[in-house]
Design a protein around this ligand. Structure first.
Ligand code: UTP
Length: 234
């Protein structure tokens, strides 16, 4: 059995003017529809700009973070339906709302697409939960940067891409980046603690790849693991 989970960040589904990135969705679906190498495939969609915009306004209305999280979850599930629509017959038709739903959906031999599950975490955590449940050999995180950097690549021009990391090195980076700041709705970055904990106990191999043009992802899907990005193994 060879199973895989792919997380597609919301940043890839929309452009900065809130338009749906239709071309990217078609490209992504075309790549993964060719599922010859895998028995089970789960795609996890992020909430992206739209989720963050909703959360920003709802927070102004002084609703609490858990309420904001539920909005993020709803938007990520709507985003999932976009992918389901573009995958057509290849996709399981509904979005699993919990781990039990997922364990049933995966039996139908279709690509399962899902978003958030419960407050207090990110869709990256969902991707880890799904990967653990289906015994995924690998988890691919498609994001809007090339991988994990030593510093925030959006703030520092001298930041360097880290090509490989083990779990301890990853933990140090997460601790350094989060400091004492508590995670807020919409702000759980590439890795949060829930993801780290699951990673440590289930020992999944993680690839963080840019989804900006999907070339690297396409190479990966065709069996080439020498791609630009970050690989996390133990
Ligand atoms: P994400 O933050 O994971 O989506 O989910 P994103 O922003 O698209 O991901 P990146 O940045 O591209 O990787 C949107 C929000 O939904 C809530 C959180 O508030 C999260 O920030 N959420 C998501 C949950 O509360 N629980 C979940 O299981 C998933």
């Amino acid at each position: 059995m060879k199973n895989i989970v792919i997380k597609i960040g919301g940043s890839l589904l929309f452009n900065n003017t809130f338009q749906i990135n239709t071309e990217k969705i078609i490209q992504f679906s075309t790549i993964i529809r060719n599922k010859v190498k895998y028995d089970s495939i789960v795609v996890v969609c992020g909430g992206g700009l739209i989720a963050r915009e909703y959360i920003k306004t709802v927070r102004l209305f002084k609703r609490n973070e858990a309420f904001c999280d539920t909005i993020g979850i709803d938007i990520s599930q709507i985003n999932s339906r976009l992918i389901i629509a573009s995958l057509g017959e290849s996709a399981y038709p509904t979005v699993p709302k919990n781990v039990e739903d997922l364990s049933k959906a995966i039996l139908f031999n279709k690509i399962v697409v899902m978003g958030g599950l419960q407050p207090g975490q990110s869709t990256t955590s969902v991707a880890f939960e799904a990967a653990e449940l289906i015994n995924a050999e690998s988890l691919v995180i498609l994001t809007d940067v090339e991988g994990i950097y030593d510093k925030d690549p959006k703030k520092y021009t001298d930041s360097k891409l880290i090509e490989s990391l083990d779990y301890n090195q990853l933990q140090k980076i997460i601790l350094k980046q989060s400091g004492n700041k508590q995670a807020a709705a919409g702000e759980y970055r590439i890795f949060d603690f829930v993801s780290l904990q699951i990673l440590k106990r289930s020992r999944i191999t993680v690839y963080i790849i840019s989804g900006k043009d999907l070339n690297e992802f396409s190479k990966f899907w065709n069996g080439n693991t020498k791609i630009k990005g970050t690989i996390i193994t133990n």
